[in-house]
Design a protein around this ligand. Structure first.
Ligand code: GDP
Length: 597
């Protein structure tokens, strides 16, 4: 490969995965290692992110020259400090993510869990490449840990049976990834990294495998994402991670700059609660190293300019209404302002909207989380009527109520990290609150499903269902008004109020009650022997004889509804009853049952 003169920026790395699988521990280990191995004076701490310089990666990955035979041209890796979906959702960029690559952390002994799978779905949606850190290898029974050793060396020193156990675990991950549509392999067996997801066994606790993880991150991003990482000298582009009020600084925004150069006094445009905010940067701030604390105010030091990629804090007027998750652009000159404004306005209107159609109301604290929720609900087939930022207001309640009048189960306000305004009356709609995105999605779905199920049950209860009984000879307790007989259910289901017909199609009254051992039953199914009272103009020995077989008289509409809506309630024996019933009813009505055949 020829050495290019293109300067590359540091790739932005995020860490995702299931709760407790070790995301925080792994990030801490990476940061700890960096602090120990960095050159004096090298800055590693940024706002919301940590920088791992190439000098550190080279030291850590020294024993792995053959794994990344290329010379590193990237200046290092920029790790986003807070792992998990919630902050990741704010790293949004048109058509994707600001993150260049992700580490998907999986507890090797537990394999993929709900949030692991959800992480993959989000990464797929945002088209962020990832590698898998198969974490907690030190927990494999019999594993002998060697602090901070490379995986390759540590693995060689384990017994054959321990090696086998690890490979079995890795194989399970390979299978799970295959189910999700990815080819994957242990990293040292991967030939083509563009086609295979690399699985790197690591321990966030002992540091084993960290060398390989860092080497691969650096090597792969540089090799495959080069065009994305090319340094652009133009005006900065970034995304707002968080909006914070800081003592002495007022409202500030924590920003990840992913492109261009940001300078003090630059004019910036960004998304705000009431539209686009245009303001001037007062300060670009970085955390001050401890020894500088005396001279820096409030733990930050001000710098004049910074180039991508970087995590910085910005202070300036008018930032109190800034929206986390919004893009932020430097406006080069007055002429460019309308264009930049339009881009931001379009972005805002895609995520914050109010439609006339039926659907739920979604409220969140940031653009990123709101967008994730909208996408999540879309995946689940749940329509959204109103999506907005900020506390729950009277208008939200009215909107949800309007939906519920048309479709009962959509009378929902799904709220992420926002609360109702004080004193707000919300009893008429369902408020579902959670501060974890996937849980909010799931709870909402569960509530909708429950109401749908209840509605279905309600309507199943109102249907006359197919049933077949035989009047047991010798069990006539009363001949008429009402007739009371012992019956065996031969198929399907019988319930009080179901009308009955004979095998010749003749109506013979209606079931009044069903009893077993003097206890009232609301239904009886195949194989049960029960006593049954029949009301109507029937007399045993006249219209009905002992030993007769009777059917429930199922109207055509009820039969259709049963097949259309309640198919899963149809049992094998019921199908048989329906077949016989169709034959009986067709004598009078040749079209009976046609629609379900
Ligand atoms: P997170 O929720 O994904 O951020 O998980 P944490 O980093 O908080 O880790 C969850 C638990 O697993 C903690 O008790 C950690 O000490 C433990 N843990 C994390 N990584 C490892 C590891 O590599 N080995 C072992 N033995 N424990 C670990």
């Amino acid at each position: 490969m020829t050495q290019s003169n293109v300067r590359l920026r540091q790739p932005i790395v995020v860490v995702l995965g299931h709760v407790d699988h070790g995301k925080t521990t792994l990030l801490d280990k990476i940061r700890g290692t960096t602090v120990v191995k960095k050159e004096p004076g090298e800055m590693t701490q940024e706002v919301g992110a940590s920088f791992v310089p190439t000098s550190v990666i080279e030291k850590v990955a020294m024993p792995l020259k053959n794994l990344i035979p290329i010379k590193l041209e990237i200046p290092g890796l920029l790790f986003i400090d807070t792992p998990g979906h919630e902050l990741f959702s704010n790293l949004r960029k048109r058509g994707g993510s600001v993150a260049d690559i992700a580490i998907l952390v999986v507890d090797i002994t537990e394999g993929f869990q709900k949030q692991t799978i959800e992480s993959i779905e989000i990464l797929k949606e945002k088209r962020v490449p990832f590698l898998v850190a198969a974490n907690k290898i030190d927990r494999i029974p019999g594993w002998k840990s060697i602090e901070n050793e490379t995986f390759s060396k540590s693995f060689k020193l384990q017994t054959t049976s321990v090696q086998k156990t690890l490979d079995n675990y890795v194989y399970k991950l390979v299978m799970q990834l295959a189910e999700l549509g990815f080819n994957a392999e242990r990293f040292d067996r991967v030939r083509d990294f563009t086609k295979y997801v690399a699985i790197v066994p690591v321990s966030g606790k002992t540091g084993e495998g960290l060398s390989e993880l860092l080497a691969l991150l650096a090597g792969l991003t540089q090799q495959y994402l080069k065009s994305r990482l090319r340094i652009v000298e133009g005006p900065a582009k970034g995304v707002i991670l968080e909006v914070k009020e800081e003592q002495g600084l007022g409202h500030t925004i924590d920003v990840i700059i992913y492109d261009g150069i940001l300078k003090k006094n630059d004019t910036i445009a960004l998304g705000g609660l009431n539209g686009v905010i245009v303001t001037k940067i007062r300060n670009i701030l970085l955390p001050a190293p401890l020894q500088d604390m005396r001279i820096s105010k409030y733990g930050y030091k001000s710098i004049d300019e910074i180039s991508a990629a970087a995590g910085i804090k910005i202070s300036g007027p008018g930032l109190e209404e800034a929206l986390a998750g919004s893009s932020i652009y430097v406006v080069e000159n007055e002429e460019k302002l309308p264009e930049v404004k339009k881009i931001i306005e379009e972005e805002l209107s895609k995520i914050r909207f109010s439609k006339d159609s039926v659907g739920i109301v979604v409220k969140a604290d940031s653009l990123g989380s709101l967008e994730s929720l909208i996408n999540g609900f879309e995946r689940m087939g749940i329509p959204v009527r109103v999506a907005d930022i900020g506390p729950i207001t009277k208008r939200d309640v009215i909107e949800a109520e309007l939906s519920s009048k048309e479709v009962e189960e959509f009378g929902i306000i799904a709220a992420f990290r926002v609360k109702p305004l004080p004193g707000l009356e919300i009893s008429k709609v369902k408020l579902i609150y959670n501060d974890i995105i996937y849980q909010l999605l799931e709870e909402t779905k569960k509530y909708i499903d429950e109401i749908r199920e209840r509605k279905k049950r309600r309507s199943l209860d109102s249907l006359i269902l197919p049933g077949k009984i035989k009047i047991l000879p010798g069990y006539v307790f009363r001949r008429s008004d009402p007739a009371i007989v012992g019956v065996e259910v031969l198929g399907g289901i019988i319930k009080p109020k179901f009308p009955l017909i004979r095998e010749d199609g003749q109506r013979v009254g209606e079931i009044l009650g069903i009893q077993d051992n003097k206890k009232n039953l609301d239904k009886a199914t195949k194989g049960m022997e029960v006593s049954m009272s029949i009301k109507g103009n029937v007399m045993i020995g006249r219209q009905i004889q002992e030993g007769d077989v009777l059917y429930t008289d199922v109207p055509q509409d009820d039969l259709d509804m049963l097949y259309k809506v309640h198919k899963d309630s149809i049992t094998e024996d019921m199908i048989e009853v329906i077949r016989e019933l169709i034959k009986i009813k067709r004598v009078e009505n040749p079209l009976y049952g046609i629609s379900i055949q």
